[in-house]
Design a protein around this ligand. Structure first.
Ligand code: RTP
Ligand code: MG
Length: 140
């Protein structure tokens, strides 16, 4: 990683993985110019999910979120590039896939399935501190 560079943790969530969208998400990341520094497929375990989503504990969607995220394989990527945290969140679009703008991953590929939690295809870290914390959880 160069001095100017930044890292973010991207997860293609179990809905994205099941729908065969991993390649499409990775393609968009690479087409944007970011670099895939690490990559793996694994089913997220509840212990690490609880750490990852600690900020949401107690919210109504917390338990459904852990259910959903542990429901099957996901793809984990460490993505690198100057301002990639902000850049990937722009690529991902709004949390609610119905409201996410066309042109974004969630806007182009996501929808509301009427579930208790938003199945919105991807996760992207929201700050440099979150990114380093999350990369430490999933790529220890
Ligand atoms: P992420 O952390 O996954 O990149 O997404 P985000 O920052 O846009 O959303 P955040 O507020 O951190 O919420 C984490 C994930 O929880 C699910 N969620 N569902 N009301 C709901 O149904 C609801 N609210 C949040 C989504 O999967 C969201 O990405
Ligand atoms: Mg978040």
């Amino acid at each position: 990683m160069t001095a100017q560079s930044e890292r973010t943790l991207v997860i293609v969530k179990p809905d994205g993985y099941r729908r065969g969208l991993t390649g499409e998400v990775l393609r968009r990341i690479e087409a944007k110019g970011y670099v895939l520094a690490e990559l793996k497929v694994a089913t997220p375990d509840r212990e690490r999910l609880a750490k990852h989503y600690a900020e949401h504990e107690g919210k109504p969607f917390y338990q459904p979120l852990l259910e959903f995220m542990s429901s099957g394989p996901a793809t984990f990527a460490v993505v690198e590039g100057h301002r990639c945290i902000e850049g990937f969140r722009a690529l991902a679009g709004a949390t609610d896939p119905t409201a996410a703008l066309p042109g974004t991953i969630r806007g182009d590929l996501g929808r509301d399935w009427g579930e208790k939690v938003q199945a919105n295809i991807v996760h992207g870290s929201d700050s440099p501190e979150s990114a380093e914390r999350e990369i430490g959880i999933w790529f220890a």
